[in-house]
Design a protein around this ligand. Sequence first.
Ligand code: AMP
Length: 402
Amino acid sequence: MKVVVINSGSSSIKFQLLEMDKEEVLATGLVERIGSSEAQVRCTYRPGEQTEEKHIQSINCPDHRHGMRLAVQLLVGPGRPVADPGAIAAVGHRIVHGGEEFHQPTLISDEVLAAIEKNIPLAPLHNPANLDGVRIARELFAEVPQVAVFDTAFHQTIPPEAYHYALPAHLYRQWRVRRYGFHGTSHKFVAGECARAMQRPLEELNLITLHLGNGCSMTAIEKGRSVDTSLGLTPLEGLVMGSRSGDVDPAMHAFLARNCGMDIESIDHLLNNESGLKGLCGMNDMRDIHAAIAAGDTWAELALAVQTYRNRKYIGAYLAVLGRVDAVVFTAGIGENDPVVRARTLAGLEPLGIAIDTERNHCRSAGPRRISSDDSRVAVWVVPTNEELAIAREVRALLTPA
Ligand code: AMP
């Protein structure tokens, strides 16, 4: 069963072709800088043993339609991984915001497209680009089932006391203002992989999952169901991210408007694009921050301290939410690769039953690995995420129910 996974963003399209019988990646690629005459296209065939690269630089790509055509040309045709589009069983699309309508991956129809469109006010940067990807893929793969996999869907099990903000009720009733949460595909995937690695049914486990990449979020998972998560109405709340502030005093907007001469657009831009690690120290890549700390940069050290302190504070909150926790799980770029962030996030939590083993924390591996000490009551795991595989699995499960 060959599945194409499309992640269509505002100026880029990521794509992957997977053979789902063996969960094997046949091709993975990226079209970047859509909307310019200097677009870049990269595609890797059979990543692994017989890797073959195709790199096209400075190609004219005025819009997503051109971008999708380029992607399809790299996947389908003579000498490509798939000879004709009929060999593709399904296309899976990452959709950022499914609102309250979508609790599951969903086969795309005109009604589903209309419902995704209705959620544009909740994700004005993401959903339009996601929709472009879907519409063009429906034309290019006319007979092929298309499936929407939502970043928000996993969190639809969060109970009302955790998803409501204490705001006038009409804002929820009329505008659906509430916590939605994001990175759901990743949290669900690593929870499942962790349960498998622990050889325990997911339905028995309480987990705290930390997705720490450029975007960061934490989820409290009770018996396989999300019961709270740190991202909110939009992907800005909660943890300190690469360029996003995470939690601030909600009066921040009023303060900045009244005192700093900023309008709503520039405040939104400041909190989403100029804050977080980048705001504190001018860098949003954790590798650069470590290098700067080694060179004596005190703002870089502060940025690391603020991020790991916020992580720890949320772990404390989710320990209280869950009561009993079986494992804390780290994933994504920082979570998988940065032993310093992991150690500082969990520092001092031994009295709460969480202790990592320094040597295990510094080991690397491609698959899931346990990094807690043998006497830690709560296990600590590093579990690599793979959102494309997670989407392709959801597509397979929807189209070939057991
Ligand atoms: P992601 O959004 O999951 O792709 O994560 C991207 C982020 O992961 C980058 O901005 C870096 O901050 C971080 N990252 C990637 N590799 C490493 C590494 N080896 N050590 C520390 N941080 C890393």
